[in-house]
Design a protein around this ligand. Structure first.
Ligand SMILES: O=P(O)(O)OC[C@H]1O[C@H](OP(=O)(O)OP(=O)(O)O)[C@H](O)[C@@H]1O
Ligand SMILES: Nc1nc2[nH]cnc2c(=O)[nH]1
Length: 179
């Protein structure tokens, strides 16, 4: 039988706080007094800490909603995105910023961006805390990136292993050890 155990710390809570402050400033500068017209959409469950931290750092008056998707089972992607919970807000004619804590294959965010564009959003931007992509795919730009992360399976700051470890305020690798 295998047991999941935390490995190396990849980002500390202090490093994450600095990164949140920087991305919040970038978004504030881009939207200035239009910020209250933007709808921030958290991609749950993983985005819950990123969304809470980023929106508090942005401050002022913002609108938010969330949806829930799933594509990962244990520590691997199924390659298929499923919408488990939908938005309550109407995005027609709106600028939406999708918030996700990690981008890896990009499948989830590409699928969501196309979904919200098809619903008539005026613009769909993306803000991720951690980018695990090895090469920046030009065809799929990510507008705001907290930090580049190694292509390991990570947990913490919203990322889970079978729904464990999401609450860590730092990010670590996960080791599966034989017991
Ligand atoms: O770029 P990708 O390869 O698509 O991977 C990124 C997605 O994987 C995780 O979600 P998951 O499907 O595990 O759901 P969760 O947010 O409930 O953990 C994460 O929160 C991203 O949404
Ligand atoms: N928990 C977790 N989910 C992911 N989704 C895409 N990459 C990851 C990862 O490293 N960890």
């Amino acid at each position: 039988m295998k047991r999941a155990q935390l490995g190396t710390t990849v980002f500390t809570a202090a490093q994450i706080s600095q990164m949140v402050a920087r991305v919040a400033t970038e978004i504030q500068q881009d939207y200035a007094d239009q910020i209250s017209e933007v709808i921030f959409v958290g991609v749950m469950k993983g985005a819950y800490l990123w969304m809470g931290d980023l929106l508090r750092a942005i401050g002022g008056d913002v609108q938010m909603d969330y949806l829930r998707v799933g594509s990962y089972l244990n520590d691997g992607s199924t390659g298929e995105v499923t919408l488990l919970d939908d938005l309550r807000l109407d995005v027609t004619g709106k600028t939406v910023i999708l918030l996700d804590e990690v981008i890896d294959s990009g499948l989830t965010l590409l699928w969501l961006k196309e979904l919200l564009q098809a619903r008539g959003a005026e613009a769909v931007k993306i803000a991720v805390a951690f980018d695990k992509r090895q090469t920046q795919q030009v065809a799929f730009p990510v507008d705001y990136i907290g930090a580049s992360a190694p292509n390991d399976f990570l947990v913490g700051y919203g990322m889970d292993y079978n729904d464990h470890f999401r609450n860590l305020s730092y990010i670590a690798t996960l080791d599966l050890v034989e017991v």
